[in-house]
Design a protein around this ligand. Structure first.
Ligand SMILES: Nc1nc2c(ncn2[C@@H]2O[C@H](COP(=O)(O)OP(=O)(O)O)[C@@H](O)[C@H]2O)c(=O)[nH]1
Ligand SMILES: [Mg+2]
Length: 299
C-alpha cells in the first residue's frame, strides 16, 4: 500500500471553527489554509473530561492539501502543554482548550476599568502551575492611576512579593511596553484576561503593522468578525507567536479537588502547615471563593 504520509505537510492551527480550522504552513507561514477536521478521528473518548474541539490554536497538525486554500487535518501532534478551562455553558465534563504548545501565559488585568481582578489572576496562576507554564502578570491602563491615592497604586504587590513577574504598563505609553516586548520576542505567548482589559490594544502596540488589524474580516473564510468568540494565533515574525483570546468571563478550573486547592496558594499553605492563622491575608478571600465554586461543581 502506498504511504500517504509523504503527501502530508505540517502547520500550526491559528483559529478554530465548528469542524474547520485555519492553519499556517511551516514551509511558508504567509500561507493559510482552511482545513476540515473529523472530530471522531481525534477526540479521545476514554478520558473523563471530553474536549469541546479536538484542535486548538497552537496545535501542530499534519494536513493533506486539497487546493490553494483548502485542506484536511490528517494528523495531530501530541501537545507539549495546554491552557484549558471548563467549557462555559456546557453540562458535564467538557473542556475548552484556549491554547496549546505555549511558552508563557500573559495574564492581563487592568489597573482600572474594569477593576483589578485578583480572582481571575489566581485562577490562571493555578492553571499555569498545573501545566508548569511560566506566567507573566501584566497590569494595563496604568495611565488611569494618576489621581488614585498612593497606597492603592500597587494592588499587584502581593504577586511580586510571591516572586511572580509583574509588569505595570499602559498601551497608551509605548515606553512602558519595552520590557514586555522583550519578554514576548522569540516565544509563543497566550494573552488572557477579562474583556476590555486591553489585550488586543497591547498586542497592536507591541507588534504594530506586522499583524494588521486583529478582528478584521477573516482572509480565508471571508466570514466577518469573529474574534470576540475565538482565540487567534498570529505570527508577526518567525519564532514569535502570540494567541489573543476573547474576553474570558469565567475560568472554571477542573482536575483539582477542593481539599487540594490550598496547595496552589503557597503562602497560605505554608502557614497552614505551621498551624498559623492566614485568614487575614488578602489572597484568603480569593481562595475561599474558588474553593466554594469547586465544591458547588462537585455537588
Ligand atoms: N486608558 C487606557 N485605555 C486603554 C488602554 N489599553 C486599552 N484601552 C482601551 O480599553 C478598551 C478595551 O481594549 P481592548 O484592547 O479591546 O481590550 P480586550 O478586550 O482585552 O482586547 C478600548 O477602548 C481601548 O482603547 C490603556 O492602557 N489605557
Ligand atoms: Mg480583544
Amino acid at each position: 500500500m502506498q504511504n500517504n504520509n509523504e503527501n502530508l505537510i505540517k502547520g500550526v492551527v491559528t483559529e478554530v471553527f465548528p469542524n474547520q480550522c485555519s492553519v499556517i504552513l511551516d514551509s511558508d507561514p504567509s500561507k493559510k489554509l482552511l482545513c476540515s477536521y473529523r472530530r471522531s478521528q481525534f477526540l479521545n473518548k476514554k478520558t473523563e473530561w471530553r474536549e469541546r474541539s479536538p484542535v486548538a490554536p497552537g496545535d501542530y497538525v499534519e494536513i493533506k492539501v486539497l487546493g490553494s486554500k483548502d485542506g484536511v487535518v490528517e494528523g495531530l501532534i501530541p501537545r507539549r502543554n495546554q491552557v484549558q478551562r471548563k467549557a462555559p455553558g456546557r453540562e458535564g465534563k467538557v473542556l475548552h482548550t484556549i491554547a496549546a504548545n505555549i511558552d508563557q501565559v500573559v495574564i492581563v488585568s487592568a489597573f482600572l476599568d474594569p477593576p483589578f481582578s485578583p480572582g481571575l489572576i489566581d485562577r490562571f496562576l493555578i492553571a499555569t502551575q498545573q501545566e508548569k507554564i511560566v506566567p507573566l502578570i501584566v497590569i494595563n491602563k496604568m495611565d488611569l492611576a494618576a489621581g488614585v491615592p498612593e497606597f492603592d497604586r500597587t494592588p499587584w504587590k502581593l504577586y511580586t512579593d510571591m516572586g511572580y513577574q509583574c509588569f505595570p504598563v499602559s498601551a497608551h505609553d509605548p515606553e512602558s511596553l519595552q520590557i514586555l516586548k522583550d519578554k514576548v520576542k522569540g516565544k509563543t505567548s497566550v494573552f488572557c484576561g477579562h474583556s476590555g482589559v486591553g489585550k488586543t490594544s497591547l498586542l497592536h502596540e507591541i507588534f504594530g503593522e506586522k499583524i494588521g488589524k486583529i478582528g478584521s474580516v477573516n482572509s480565508v473564510t471571508g466570514k466577518g468578525k469573529h474574534t470576540t468568540t475565538c482565540s487567534i494565533l498570529l505570527q508577526p515574525e518567525i519564532g514569535t507567536r502570540f494567541i489573543d483570546t476573547p474576553g474570558i468571563k469565567e475560568f472554571g478550573l477542573f482536575n483539582i479537588k477542593p481539599n487540594e486547592l490550598l496547595e496552589h496558594f503557597p503562602e497560605l499553605y505554608e502557614l497552614d502547615q505551621k498551624r498559623e492563622k492566614y485568614d487575614h491575608l488578602s489572597r484568603y478571600q480569593s481562595y475561599l471563593r474558588i474553593k466554594q465554586g469547586l465544591e458547588e461543581e462537585n455537588r
